[in-house]
Ligand binder design. Structure first.
Ligand SMILES: [Zn+2]
Length: 73
C-alpha cells in the first residue's frame, strides 16, 4: 500500500490519503475512499454539530485567516 493523492470534491484541493488512513478505513469496513480533504471534512462535521450555523463558533478551532495555504475563495 502507498499513500494516495486524492482531490477534494468540495474545494478541489489535493490531499493525501495516507497508508495509515487507508488501513483505518479498511479496519472500519469502509469501502469507499474519502471524497473530501480533511479541512472540508472538519468543516462539514462542525456544521452538523453547530446545527447549520458556522462562522461564530471559534472555540477550540484554529482559524486561518489571511494567510491560507494556496487556497482561493
Ligand atoms: Zn476540501
Amino acid at each position: 500500500m502507498a499513500d494516495k493523492l486524492m482531490v477534494c470534491k468540495d474545494c478541489k484541493a489535493e490531499f493525501v490519503f495516507t497508508e495509515s488512513e487507508q488501513a483505518f478505513y479498511k479496519e472500519k469496513g469502509f469501502d469507499n475512499e474519502p471524497q473530501r480533504c480533511p479541512d472540508c471534512r472538519r468543516a462539514r462535521k462542525q456544521q452538523k454539530s453547530a446545527g447549520g450555523g458556522n462562522r461564530d463558533n471559534n472555540r477550540g478551532g484554529q482559524r486561518s485567516q489571511g494567510g491560507g495555504q494556496g487556497r482561493k475563495w
